[in-house]
Design a protein around this ligand. Structure first.
Ligand code: F6P
Length: 525
């Protein structure tokens, strides 16, 4: 089968299934959950509430085979230069033992060095607070994971400063003592404007403590030295580790300081277990592949432009932000690997907040809005700590939402309910349309025993591999990010003017008008 025909089969399946309500799909197949839920140890992915069935899934698996997912996965793990616009291998899996590292000794030595340093910071008694200054992949991973693993956090307090808005650093420094604060500058390139601006201000704040209270994580070792950070506190990584895939490297230093080397190792082990699963499991039971194909189905067959990520776990409150970078910076592309326009829709817009909070803000639209928004529910069977009925209530809400989305509530059911409550007929007629839920709205539930370092590592690796598989199917390079460059260049040229220097002529009318307005507002004080 060629790729074109594989897509035709997928689209034919979508045309067959679109008119069939999820209620009917469940009613006509008592075994639907068993057929469409898949597990690896305690991790289960339930796609039975997606608008597909085993026949449709079969065509998606054929598509994956036709796109050579298995061979390309093996090529990735073997260290081929998969990132073809930057001529780099993609081997972040090697940092957690999931693939062979190109510089294995150096990788092991660096890991030992940064974990030993993390232990010294934890146990040395010198630091009460640690600030990580970084942005994008140098911030979101450690910030998300440190928050997620709060129960394991027994090191100094952690703070994350990413935004160049001075408010971020100001608010963070407000209650800290420079003598007892460690500042980590995390930047793969050590040139990112936001990070370097924050690092300079933090260095000024540290003053005489700078020589002992600053560390850096970067591939730009010379840049770190020039900045004045002593070699023994600079931790490197390699160009084969993409920024948004770097949590497994020394970029994870703040997390290691928070939870300690042993738990950090469990975090790596969880990810390595997912690497093994991804490499060894047949496509039809392979969780990252199935998650990827579900996403392809939503995006390219059902033509849904966004997806909501709703962890029913307060400690995963930064998970949607993390997956936004992972997914949208990797697969938000319009050009294929060969430089040709992609003729398919690529990454959806990912957005979300934890449940149950989300239920009380935007779930109205997800249930009754005019757009269909597929949802990923993420939830643990057990809480980290017991507190009355909280977790049972949380779980009940999570399951109730996917149930309501799939099955809805018909007008007949609404009328019967209102009538049983003794409501007058006039009120029933007036309110029934508003109280009706269409249902037939797709969701996937990702369930595991407990959110701990191991299961978090596994969850993150699951999404990494999902993104990779989708990149193969869309034939795009998931590992570059040229789309962030233009804004950076333009900002650099605008900075002098916003600092009061003369305006250059070559400027569009809107930018010029806004700069004039900014200047007038500043002058009129
Ligand atoms: O601007 C995008 C980006 O390059 C991300 O890919 C990256 O994670 C982030 O900036 C930070 O880059 P660095 O770690 O080099 O400071």
């Amino acid at each position: 089968m060629n790729i074109k025909n594989a897509w035709v089969s997928v689209r034919n399946e979508a045309a067959r299934l679109k008119p069939i309500h999820l209620r009917e799909l469940f009613a006509t197949d008592a075994d639907r959950f068993n057929k469409l839920s898949f597990s690896c140890d305690d991790l289960t992915i339930d796609i039975s509430r997606e608008k597909l069935d085993t026949q449709a899934l079969g065509t998606l698996l054929d598509l994956a085979r036709t796109c050579d997912v298995e061979a390309k996965r093996d090529a990735l793990f073997s260290g081929q230069e998969w990132n073809n616009t930057e001529n780099r291998a993609v081997l972040h899996m090697a940092l957690r033992g999931g693939a062979e590292a190109p510089e294995a000794d150096d990788v092991a030595a660096t890991r030992n060095r940064f974990l030993a340093y993390a232990e010294r910071v934890r146990n040395g008694g010198k630091f009460d607070d640690v600030i990580n200054i970084g942005i994008g992949g140098s911030d979101l991973g450690p910030a998300m994971a440190t928050r997620a693993l709060a129960p394991d956090h027994d090191g100094p307090r952690l703070h994350f400063v990413s935004n160049v808005d001075g408010a971020h650093l100001t608010d963070t420094l407000k209650h800290l003592d420079a003598a007892r604060t460690l500042v980590i500058v995390a930047s793969k390139t050590f040139t990112t404007l936001e990070t370097m601006t924050n690092a300079l201000s933090a260095r000024e704040w540290l003053g005489i403590h700078t020589p002992t209270n600053m560390a850096a994580v970067s591939t730009n070792i010379t840049g770190c030295a020039k900045f004045g950070i002593p070699e023994e506190r600079v931790f490197g990584f390699w160009d084969w580790v993409g920024g948004r895939y770097s949590i497994w490297s020394a970029i994870g230093l703040p997390l290691a300081i928070a939870i300690g080397a042993e738990r950090f190792a469990a975090f790596l082990d969880g990810a390595a277990a997912m690497d093994r699963h991804f490499r060894e499991t047949p496509l039809g039971r392979n969780l990252p592949v199935l998650l990827a194909l579900t996403g392809i189905w939503r995006r390219n067959a059902m033509e849904l432009p966004t997806a909501a990520m709703i962890p029913y776990d307060q400690r995963l409150e930064r998970f949607a932000a993390y997956v936004q970078q992972l997914d949208m910076e990797s697969n938000g592309k319009q050009t294929d690997r060969n430089g040709k326009p992609v003729n398919l829709a690529t990454a959806p817009v990912i957005w979300g907040e934890p449940g149950t909070n989300a239920q009380h803000s935007f779930f109205q639209l997800i249930h009754q809005g005019t757009d269909i928004v597929p949802v990923d529910f993420i939830v643990a069977a057990e809480p980290r700590e017991k507190m009355g009925d909280h977790h049972a209530i949380l779980l009940a809400n999570c399951l109730a939402q996917s149930q309501a989305l799939a099955f809805g509530k018909t007008e007949t059911e609404v009328c019967a309910g209102m009538s049983a409550d003794g409501r007058p007929q006039g009120e029933i007629d007036r309110l029934a349309p508003h109280r009706t839920f269409p249902g037939d709205r797709p969701s996937t539930t990702i369930l595991y025993r407990k959110l701990d370092p191991y299961s978090l590592g596994r969850l993150v690796a699951l999404f990494e591999h999902k993104v990779f598989v989708q990149g193969i199917i869309w034939n795009i390079n998931s590992f570059d990010q040229w789309g962030v460059e233009l804004g950076k260049q333009l900002a650099s040229s605008l900075i002098p003017m916003l600092k009061g220097k003369d305006r250059t002529d070559a400027m569009d009318a809107s930018t010029a008008g806004l700069i004039d307005r900014i200047q007038k507002l500043r002058d009129s004080r």
